[in-house]
Design a protein around this ligand. Structure first.
Ligand SMILES: *Cc1c(COP(=O)(O)O)cnc(C)c1O
Length: 491
């Protein structure tokens, strides 16, 4: 049965005069608000906020929270996103009063604990990446890409070199070329081979002195380790370019190999992916970047540093970086996510992190070995932490698309895998189980996918059938503007 509270807006529950708070009596002389707040700051109309009692608010939001799928309620094999379980321990530690009750304008002296956490996190990320300098400021992976490209642009400006192009493989995440364009570069796409790797001939033909950066994802978005990565890096470096590593797939290689060791000059981390931060409601995440020493001077300010004086160590914010690109985020970045990442790293330690990756790869290969028998996996002998199946045959033979299949999985209590990415695989279904799932869960998922493939076409075209909202019409909706904001009607 569909729940009335969950489908109504909170504004529809509003009743004039109803309240959820009872403020204490004023114990100072009351003064009219006009005396306290200058006239020009006063709103001329009421805000029209919903008027509801506490039980209604609680039920409204508690019911809303059950409509969605989450890592806490369902298996969430959303490829590329690393939707691993978020340990409750990290939530608890990140909500300690010394962490949540600080104010960003407090003095450095009174923020020593938090600064120490940031400093040590920088050190750990430097070690994991094999790179020299780290900034925690960027607010998401994509923001890390943009920040690192700004660093690269500053570096070439400093050298007096004019480099206008960023190369991205055709399997790249859309944020890579988007970040490059935002940063003012032209983008050129490098083809992949049928086996799913960077096409070396195509790369060579596009590599010239105008190339500033080659952005590579490794393991790539097909879940394959780019075997030629060291050679790619050599070629790009030989022409004076830089290698950017999109670190979204770090869950496959923690403690096994390091981007700095296979030639990366800069990279971002996605702590909300690799280090188990929540992705709830789209964020906030974080996107720390790591770079080689020659790029360190261009990182955003302030840098978090450790100082030693008279045998005492303390932490400070260093603004004295004349070559820095400046600030890219207010205050310290999304500090709550960074603290969770710190807890995750400290909990696992170096050996534990390696085990995380080994188990992520093991789980993905186990699921691959089951799924490929009924849903083809074009590059599917072995994978890293994820693999990309294809519903192309299913689509050609019976008109059932990747979208139809994954929407039906929702009816069985599985979050839909990523579809239609990467663009190099037709009817792509990208599956990433992560290390936190049990063998039983992986078996259940494989069996359910098998069962879905046996179901009648019409049932699949119209799935999902049991969720609160049916399938949005993405085809026609995409042609119409969803919302047209008209400034002239704004008061
Ligand atoms: C998630 C992802 C990004 C973007 O990261 P955000 O933190 O979502 O901004 C970039 N590249 C790849 C391959 C990704 O999976």
């Amino acid at each position: 049965m569909r729940n009335k509270h969950a489908t109504q807006l909170i504004y529809e529950l509003s009743q004039n005069g109803r309240k959820a708070v009872a403020l204490p009596q004023v114990d100072v002389p009351e003064r009219p608000v006009e005396e306290l707040i200058p006239e020009r700051f006063l709103a001329k109309k009421t805000l029209g906020l919903p008027q509801v009692a506490e039980p209604e608010i609680v039920r409204h939001y508690a019911n809303l929270s059950t409509l969605n799928m989450s890592v806490d309620t369902h298996f969430y094999p959303l490829g590329s996103c690393t939707m691993k379980y978020n340990p409750k321990r990290n939530e608890r530690l990140a909500s300690l009063r010394g962490i949540v009750d600080v104010h960003p304008y407090q003095s450095e002296r009174s923020l020593q604990g938090l600064l120490q956490i940031f400093f040590e996190l920088q050190e750990m990320l430097g070690e994991i990446s094999g790179l020299d300098a780290v900034s925690l400021q960027p607010a998401a992976g994509a923001h890390g890409e943009l920040t690192a490209l700004m660093v690269a642009a500053a570096y070439f400006r400093d050298l007096g070199e004019v480099r206008t192009t960023v190369l991205t493989p055709d399997s790249a995440h859309g944020t890579n070329p988007a970040s490059a364009r935002m940063c003012g570069f032209d983008t050129v796409t490098v083809k992949s081979t049928p086996a799913g790797f960077v096409d070396m001939e195509d790369l060579k033909s596009k590599l010239d002195d105008s190339v500033a950066v080659f952005m590579i994802t490794n393991p790539n978005t097909l879940g394959l380790f780019e075997r030629n990565v060291a050679e790619i890096a050599d070629q790009v470096h030989a022409r004076g370019g830089l290698i950017y590593l999109d670190g979204a797939n770090m869950n496959a290689i923690l403690g096994v190999t390091r981007p700095g060791d296979f030639g990366a000059d800069m990279m971002h981390f996605n702590p909300h992916k690799t280090f188990s931060g929540p992705h709830g409601g789209g964020g906030p995440g974080a996107g720390p970047i790591a770079v080689t020493s020659k790029l360190g001077a261009f990182l955003p300010v302030p840098r978090v540093r450790r100082e030693e004086a008279e045998g005492e160590c303390s932490y400070c914010l260093d603004w004295d970086q004349p070559q820095s690109i400046g600030r890219v985020r207010s205050f310290f970045g999304n500090s709550g996510v960074l603290v969770r990442a710190y807890c995750y790293l400290r909990t696992h330690g170096p050996d534990g992190l390696r085990e995380v990756s080994e188990n992520a790869v093991l789980n993905a290969n186990y699921l691959l070995s089951r799924v490929k028998h009924f849903l083809p996996v074009p590059q599917g002998d072995r994978c890293m932490h994820e693999f990309v199946a294809s519903a192309a045959q299913c689509k050609n033979e019976r008109g059932v698309s990747a979208m139809d299949l994954v929407k039906r999985l929702l009816d069985y209590g599985f979050h839909a895998p990523t579809v239609y990415f990467p663009l190099t695989v037709k009817e792509a279904v990208m599956i990433e189980p992560t290390e936190t799932e049990s063998k039983e869960m992986l078996d259940q998922f494989a069996e359910t996918l098998f069962r879905v493939l046996e179901e009648p076409d019409d049932l699949l075209h119209e799935a999902p059938h049991t969720t609160q909202i049916s399938r949005p019409d993405e085809v026609t909706a995409a042609r119409k503007p969803m919302l047209r904001w008209n400034p002239s009607t704004e008061e």
